[in-house]
Write a protein that binds this ligand. Structure first.
Ligand code: GH3
Ligand code: MG
Ligand code: MG
Ligand code: MG
Length: 312
């Protein structure tokens, strides 16, 4: 080669490509008492690449929502048993459903009736008969914005990992789940070694690149069910459900080794960085903050014993 390959840039590009490819298809829940209408809308949305679940029974909707929260709910207004307006109010009672857009689709053309329905937590009111292209466009743009908004609220902008407060919420949820299911749960606290020196010697931008590359490594190598958060500046918290501390330690130690070998600097001085990690396993009587404290104590020991190591 006459020119060295810019590995960092290449990985960034591949990362962006795969993120685009593995981006989840939009999912829509259609609630309409007419099976024919439900199927017509579903066909149009599926043709546009969306995943669609339909039900003609409004009473079934809350259960479907709990099973798999959709990106958007397309809701008929006049249905026997429970109308769309009542259903929207019920859906909005659940905090986890607050950010799901609800779009009403109905033959109702009376303005004040439409507004009354929207007041129950709807985001838009489309009228039947509707042009299917219009339906697809209206739904995709709603979902696109809802996803962007959600991502802004839950993700750290530098690394794309969960931000501090979301990580904490997820940990609390997982501790409750472990308590209920009596399954093991491990928490890992990672802290980059001598990171201040990295910034001082190589500049803040290089430091940022190191943070991104660690985030990328964690995302690529951990399980889809592991929750990865940027807990502080150069601290990462990983929640590993159904995992014992010993197996968490094995996984994290192999990541530690892999990370330590990454050549971060592209030109000028070579730059290698290490991290230390502390691990704690949930046990009866420990809450989320107690678990983080235990992981932090193990991390402190790892630092004290010379860094670049993983301790339980
Ligand atoms: P130790 O091995 O004991 O953890 O030493 P350390 O230098 O990593 O620890 P310290 O807490 O003293 O320094 C953390 C540094 O992380 C200081 C801060 O400037 C840097 N930092 C925090 N957030 C960011 C960031 O977003 N980007 C960059 N480049 N640096 C950051
Ligand atoms: Mg109807
Ligand atoms: Mg630190
Ligand atoms: Mg540090």
């Amino acid at each position: 080669f006459t020119r060295p390959i810019d590995v960092g840039l290449l990985i960034d590009q591949i990362d962006q490509m795969t993120q685009r490819v593995i981006a989840e298809p939009y999912t829509v829940l259609i609630v309409d008492d007419s099976p024919l209408m439900a199927e017509v809308y579903a066909l149009a949305l599926r043709a546009a690449g969306m995943r669609v679940v339909t039900t003609t029974d409004p009473l079934e909707a809350p259960m479907l929502l709990a099973e798999q929260p959709p990106d958007l709910i397309l809701l008929d207004v006049y249905m026997p048993g429970c109308n769309g307006q009542e259903l929207a109010a019920v859906i909005r009672q659940q905090p986890e459903n607050h950010s799901i857009p609800i779009v009403f689709l109905s033959g109702e053309t009376d303005r004040s009736a439409q507004l009354a329905v929207l007041a129950q937590g709807g985001d838009d009111f489309l009228t039947k008969p509707i042009n299917l292209e219009h339906l697809v466009a209206a739904i995709s743009s709603r979902i696109q914005r809802a996803r962007a908004m959600r991502s802004l609220m839950v993700r750290d902008s530098l690394t794309g990992l969960f931000n501090h407060s979301v990580t904490q919420d997820l940990l609390i949820r997982e501790v409750a789940r472990a308590r209920r299911s009596n399954q093991p749960l491990s928490v890992v606290l990672i802290d980059i070694d001598h990171f201040k020196q990295v910034n001082d010697r190589y500049g803040h931008q290089s430091g940022d690149r190191v943070l991104k590359s660690l985030a990328r490594l964690l995302r690529q190598r951990l399980r889809a069910t592991d929750l990865i958060g940027r807990y502080g500046g150069e601290e990462f918290l990983i929640v590993m459900p159904e995992t014992r501390a010993a197996s968490a330690a094995m996984v994290i130690d192999s990541l530690r080794e892999r990370f330590a070998h990454i050549e971060h600097q592209r030109e000028g001085e070579p730059l290698r960085v290490t991290f230390s990690a502390g691990i704690a396993e949930w046990a009866q009587g420990i809450d989320a903050s107690g678990l983080v404290e235990k992981a932090d104590a193990a991390l402190y020991q790892a630092k004290r014993h010379g860094r670049n190591q993983v301790l339980i």
